[in-house]
Design a protein around this ligand. Sequence first.
Ligand code: NAD
Length: 485
Amino acid sequence: MTRTTEQSGKWEYAPAPESAPIEIADRYGLFIGGEFCDPSSGQWRSSISPANEQVLSDVAEAGADDVNKAIAAARDALPGWAGLSGRERGKYLFRIARRIQERARELAILETMDGGKPIKESRDVDIPLVAHHFFYYAGWADKLEYAFCGRTASPVGVCAQIIPWNFPLLMAAWKIAPALACGNTVVLKPAETTPLTALRLADILQEVGLPPGVVNIVPGGPEAGAALAGSDAIDKLAFTGSTEVGKRLAQIAAKRGIPLTLELGGKSPNILFDDAPIDQAVEGIISGIYFNQGHVCCAGSRVLVQEGIAEEVVSKLEWRMKSLRVGDPLDKNTDIGAINSAEQLARIKHFLEVGPQEGAVLHQVAGDSELPDRGFWCRPCFFTGVQPSHVIAREEIFGPVLAVMTFRTPKEAVERANNTKYGLAAGIWTDKGAKIFNIATKLKAGVVWCNTYNKFDPGSPFGGFKESGFGREGGMQGLRAYVRL
Ligand code: NAD
């Protein structure tokens, strides 16, 4: 620390970039049948760092033929994998989890370079949770008879899994670990902007000797996703991503009659009552919306504040925002990294224009540091004067942008919180336990955090109501999507 800035009340730090030279190959192929191979599509897509727009690597783009090849490899591997005892499958999962822990630093750096999230998040949150998910489901692999008492659980078969870019390796772990524990085989399609850690996971799968074809990874864009989801040869579809694409996939799965789980968008309310510990609640708002630049499906993007404390909360929020550091995601002091892509930045900017046009007031006080010339950046901000009918109160922005609204009574808080097409998560801040239980049972949200926000654990199920999707991932409940009973 070198000095304080009176104006912002912020300590200035010397740069502290995470330094660990990691190798990134010029090219990564598809991972099919336990081997890396070139795409028969002949197409490659550059994966760039959103923090400086430099190309990190060229990654194979799976075409329909490649996707079919991967599904065939998963089909071939199915009898052998499903035929292993749960104990043996569990051993593989334990090995994967341990190897992820051993290579955690490398994975965290790669995640940050490819996706733009701050290194302190990928290092302290994403990658440890990835390992924990594999450990957790390794433990279940030989105990399925206890998870489904009195019934026999058999695998569903070949699972197609499509994931987004906001938690690339964590979403892969959420999907792959329970599927393998239950004896299924997998074809995973990572998001087009963040394929690198999934391919590094493929490397780990080779290292631990996972039988070929049990997990296949086919990077690519929407076309690859559509080829995978639309294939007649898959037995189960699991998707995390936008509600718009989720709805399309629901039609496909319904036509074929295959099981489907959907983890979609959100516009989650964070509710502050006037008896809440305000400083703690302001920290909760900050971590609820600015974690991972707001690229979080369950981000607390609507703050509902009881009228009597609204002024105090807004002024504390402004003060706290000034101390947030926006910049190099690899710097250990950075709070807000890069926006994942130029497209996502353009989408966020659109909402920043729409908000004031509708009459809301934009507060953009954060981070007086200069932003790099290249890369995709958005300073964290929030709107006040927001009405429930405003676009910024209804639509998922998926960026570091918060809508602050007020309420008078607990009844009104519940009505406003539930006044959304989504239902993924919610937060409640109050000093009264009874109020927490009363409000939590009335909120239509899959996850309700009380006096905290954005806390995840492999043992807790996660999933939505309404247009946020259906099915649960994580916990014992997360096994259900991957078994036939
Ligand atoms: P997206 O729906 O555009 O893409 C998600 C994935 O689907 C990507 O891999 C993409 O290539 C693929 N895809 C795109 N079009 C497809 C199609 N027609 N058929 C098959 N696959 C297709 O979403 P995004 O912009 O990448 O991610 C942001 C969205 O994901 C947000 O709405 C966010 O809320 C949601 N999300 C939800 C959760 C959750 O757990 N509920 C978690 C993370 C992200």
